[in-house]
Write a protein that binds this ligand. Structure first.
Ligand SMILES: *Cc1c(COP(=O)(O)O)cnc(C)c1O
Length: 444
């Protein structure tokens, strides 16, 4: 294996990564079992049915540890239903971190509500509990907590604040299925959780989303929004009963049964496959614990918290430890070693026109403030920690299998670049303003 005294590949030295990576990054793992389950749906012409979806929901609820699970066509829809389930409506506000994918919060517009963004903790990249309380107003209906790029959010203080103010908590688990916070599964802390199960995510079943809750009214409101086939006389919530038979929201959000069939198979293998991902990813970070400039993005080992599936895994960058070397230059050197590494992370949402100027529904003013009692927009500089994060993060490989040789070579690429930072300072182009992406995670 290469050692760090070798010349950087960027300057003509040998690449740290020499071994063919094979299928170590491939995801999801699809076998005959998935194929047979999907073919069964196809042959029975049951694509639009609900029998397989209901079985998937039962199994998912048992795995998640919640009373109810409701399947959706997408995670976007499931999260919108979670908001509707919590009673988010015209003039209401939700609090969400700005550092996330748009589908954690943008759906509030469709409910006549809006979003107030809060800061992240720079080590977890999840909502900073210390930055919530001051943002609560009489209009705040819910806090949307994102377990961002696999890391569990700090749920104890968040739940305490929410309970003290009688506000609902929604968890967006799209990045962290199966992750633990202090020994308990993420998605079981808030009033409701919802998540994407699309094929780029760690629990990947096609195109789908799911809502999980112990709360019957939230579950039934989730049905009311977009599941007319199930919005029937079983509904117990009195305020919904006059409307049964048609979806109140005007949407149709049924899960495709080829996805639910694949979901049943994927779920059966998920814990075992995740355990191997955990082992591989933790080994990668164990090899880099002492390296200047780079810091693992994962919970402390003895905390009872884990990363779940390590979706879109990132590393934390500390330029002050490497002479101010930019993340961009660091990633150039890592990539030259044979690992595809990119600097950045999601661009903060509060800076996008959709959250500042765009009039989506023709209110004659920006939708963000169309139903608000004040101008709650957040200009450049208003969330300084969040705005810095794209320069403080970089991608790392998402290993699905434990292979010491391959993982060791990849870790060496990061170590070599960081330990030889001095040689990289000279031609450092610096980080571009506005780096990162609003649709950062592309799914091919
Ligand atoms: C992917 C994603 C969603 C939306 O899920 P879809 O299934 O793509 O609609 C929501 N929130 C986060 C954080 C995501 O990454």
């Amino acid at each position: 294996m290469a050692d760090t005294n070798e010349v950087l590949a960027l300057f003509g030295g040998p690449k740290a990564v020499q071994t063919d990576v094979g299928d170590i990054i491939d995801w999801p793992i699809v076998t005959d079992e998935d194929e047979q389950a999907i073919l069964d749906v196809l042959h029975r012409k049951a694509m639009s049915g609900m029998d397989v979806t209901k079985l998937f929901e039962e199994e998912f609820a048992a795995w998640q540890g919640t009373e109810y699970a409701l399947g959706f066509s997408t995670g976007t829809a499931a999260l919108q239903a979670a908001m509707f389930g919590c009673g988010v409506g015209v003039g209401d506000e939700i609090i969400c971190q700005s550092l996330t994918y748009w589908a954690s919060c943008l759906q509030v517009y469709s409910l006549g509500a809006t979003v107030v963004f809060s800061e992240v903790d720079p080590d977890t990249l999840c909502m900073d509990p210390a930055d919530i309380e001051a943002r609560i107003t009489e209009h705040t209906k819910a806090i949307m907590v994102v377990h961002y790029v696999g890391h569990p959010a700090d749920m104890d203080p968040i739940m305490e604040i929410a309970r003290a103010h009688d506000i609902k908590v929604i968890e967006d688990v799209s990045h962290a299925q199966g992750g633990m916070y202090k020994g308990k599964k993420v998605g079981t802390f808030g009033d409701v959780a919802a998540m994407s199960l699309m094929s780029g995510k760690s629990l990947a079943i096609g195109e789908a989303g799911i809502l999980v809750t112990d709360n019957l009214e939230i579950y039934e409101r989730g049905i009311a929004l977009g599941h007319y086939g199930r919005f029937n006389t079983d509904i117990q919530t009195p305020s919904l009963q006059p409307h049964i038979g048609l979806p109140m929201g005007g949407y149709k959000y049924r899960m495709h049964q080829m996805s639910s069939a694949m979901g049943r198979v994927q779920l059966r293998h998920y814990d075992e496959r995740c355990a191997e991902i955990q082992k591989a990813m933790n080994h990668f970070w164990d090899l880099l614990e002492d390296v200047p400039g780079i810091k693992p993005h994962r919970p402390a080992k003895d905390s009872g918290s884990t990363m779940g599936g390590w979706y879109a895994a990132r590393g934390l960058y500390r330029p002050e430890e490497v002479g101010g070397l930019s993340a961009t230059r660091f990633c150039q050197a890592v990539s030259a070693e044979g690992v595809s590494c990119s600097a950045g992370i999601n661009k903060p949402l509060h800076l996008h026109p959709l959250f500042n100027t765009t009039d989506v529904y023709g209110h004659g003013k920006p939708t963000r403030i169309a139903n608000a009692d004040r101008d709650l927009r957040q200009p450049v500089g208003s969330l300084p920690v969040t705005e810095l994060m794209p320069k403080r993060c970089y991608s790392i490989p998402w290993f699905k299998h434990y292979d010491e040789q391959i993982i060791g070579e990849h870790a060496m690429a990061y170590r070599k670049a960081a330990e030889n930072y001095e040689s990289l300072l000279e031609d450092d182009p610096g980080d571009a303003e506005g780096m990162g992406g609003w649709h950062f995670f592309s799914h091919g």
